[in-house]
Design a protein around this ligand. Structure first.
Ligand code: AMP
Ligand code: MG
Length: 472
């Protein structure tokens, strides 16, 4: 079979205000290290031989129909507005419509310098590329909306960070790469016509039923509510919830310093650059409201009757905390086996989480053990669990099949940080077997896989990863 991508590009037809057209920079010696066949099927991409795909996904050979460009955007980084960001090391190759009828972007990340690179080299190294591949595909399998990973190419070049590392390019797939920052840049510049046309594009592409800018705002709000509840439910900490990393589609994007928690603590932070804990686990539901307020502010710049619109936008944003709270409660209700609703459920959830935080319980394994094993053993103070368990069992008596509810809500496997680090170290030394095994096991994370239970084990004290780095 010959390699082909059925490109059908729409963003490249928009006004050049929104992007700079340019091709990826070729790399020395592209070698295909991963290709996601299931995803390729979904995207109607036919597989070619490995050398041919390495040329395409490394950026050396433009596939027929590609119309490569770097997108322009801005954003608030840690609360401070940066008036111009943009794809500094990514190239949008074009779009395809999948077998599910959904349009998606195909983007190369680590593909060389662009007009938006600022001081950066436009490149990525193998570690963060493999991390994004494993974690984003695991998120997908966990049922969390996310960008996905189609391919990894090693470039044969050295990328300099603290030292030299093997270079790599990730092929990322997203329902689009539009973000809050894509709107902010034109709002701040007062370019109302551009803002209007981008808003219409986003509505047509993502929310065809939405009515005008405020309809878009509401639709994004609802998707982000579902997204953050899903993150909370799997113990995911994004780490850089800047407005340029917050999608209009409601997909998780930008797996930089992200991590899954081992031991539960609401203040958990991994990112080495997040010194104030702005993006800590427990802050994520507040930060998303702040991000949505920035989108509201941006979208308002195009409204004809601003007073009415301000009131509507305010209502949309102000409703978000309650919606988040409700979505969070539903997520955690399922995690403790409750398919029906009763008044005391939230108290039961928070009481368990408090005990987990105090008892240094492993988030993933404690929840899974509620149905599968000795949950009390997960706590440094098992008696604290016992008292909770009595109340919980009394509540469970009014549920039909709580074990089934829990097994569908509590994964056995998450991409554990210490394993991700081990996987990267092995791959840098040329051994991709753990990368491949993690992808295989994490494809069905809710199933017990007896031969791979080592991947479910929390880190020993000596293995704990305390910080993740943006040095991507
Ligand atoms: P991120 O932290 O990945 O969301 O990136 C924030 C901004 O920095 C975006 O505009 C990126 O394109 C840019 N950027 C990150 N890394 C690099 C790099 N190595 N070279 C050029 N630009 C980069
Ligand atoms: Mg980003």
């Amino acid at each position: 079979m010959t390699f082909s991508i059925p490109f059908d590009n729409t963003f490249a037809q928009l006004d050049p205000l929104f992007y700079t057209k340019l091709a990826p920079e070729p790399v020395d010696a592209p070698k295909l290290r991963a290709f996601n066949r299931d995803l390729a099927h979904l995207l109607n991409i036919s597989e070619g031989d490995s050398a041919e795909m390495a040329q395409a996904f490394g950026g050396n050979q433009l596939p027929t129909g590609a119309d490569p460009l770097a997108q322009l955007y801005s954003g608030h980084q840690f609360g401070t507005y940066n008036p111009q960001l943009g794809d500094g090391r990514a190239i949008l190759m074009g779009e395809v419509v999948g077998t599910d009828g959904i349009r998606r972007d195909i983007q190369l990340k680590g593909s060389g310098r662009t007009p938006y690179s600022r001081q950066g080299d436009g490149r990525a190294w193998l570690g963060p590329v493999l991390r994004e591949y494993v974690v984003s595909e695991a998120m997908h399998a966990l049922g969390v909306p996310t960008t996905r990973a189609l391919a990894v190419v090693e470039t044969g070049e050295t990328v300099w960070r603290e030292r030299g590392f093997p270079g790599a390019v990730l092929t990322r797939v997203a329902q689009s790469h539009l973000r809050v920052g894509s709107f902010q840049i034109f709002a701040v510049r007062g370019e109302t016509e551009a803002l209007k046309s981008l808003t219409q594009y986003a509505i047509d592409r993502h929310y065809p039923d939405a009515q005008g800018p405020m309809g878009l705002l509401k639709a994004v709000r609802d998707r982000q509510v579902a997204l953050i509840a899903a993150w909370m439910g799997v113990g995911f900490i994004h780490g850089v919830m800047n407005t340029d990393n917050c999608t209009i589609s409601g997909e998780t994007i930008d797996y930089g310093p992200c991590a899954f928690m081992d031991e539960f603590h609401p203040n958990q932070v991994f990112s080495s650059i997040d010194r104030m804990g702005r993006y800590a686990y427990g802050n994520q539901p507040q930060i998303i409201v702040w991000n949505l307020a920035q989108l509201a502010t941006a979208l308002l710049q195009q409204m004809d009757a601003p007073e009415d619109a301000v009131e509507e936008a305010t209502e949309i944003v102000h409703a978000m905390p309650d919606l988040l709270h409700a979505a969070w409660r539903e997520t955690f209700r399922a995690k403790i086996g409750l398919a029906t609703k009763e008044d005391g459920d939230e108290a039961l959830i928070t009481s368990l989480l408090d005990r987990m935080a105090q008892g240094q319980a492993d988030f993933t394994n404690s929840f899974r053990a509620l149905s599968d094993g000795a949950a009390r053993d997960q706590f440094t103070d098992p008696e604290a669990f016992d008292t909770w368990e009595m109340d919980w069992r009394a509540r469970l008596a009014r549920e039909e099949d709580p074990d089934a509810t829990m097994r569908a809500a509590n994964p056995v496997f998450i991409p554990r940080n210490h394993r991700v680090e081990e996987m990267i170290a092995a791959a840098v030394a040329g051994d991709f077997s753990l990368f491949e095994r993690m992808n295989r096991v994490l494809a069905t994370p809710y199933d017990r896989q007896d031969a791979d239970m080592d991947l479910a084990r929390p880190p020993a004290d000596s293995e704990v990863v305390n910080a993740t780095f943006c040095g991507t």
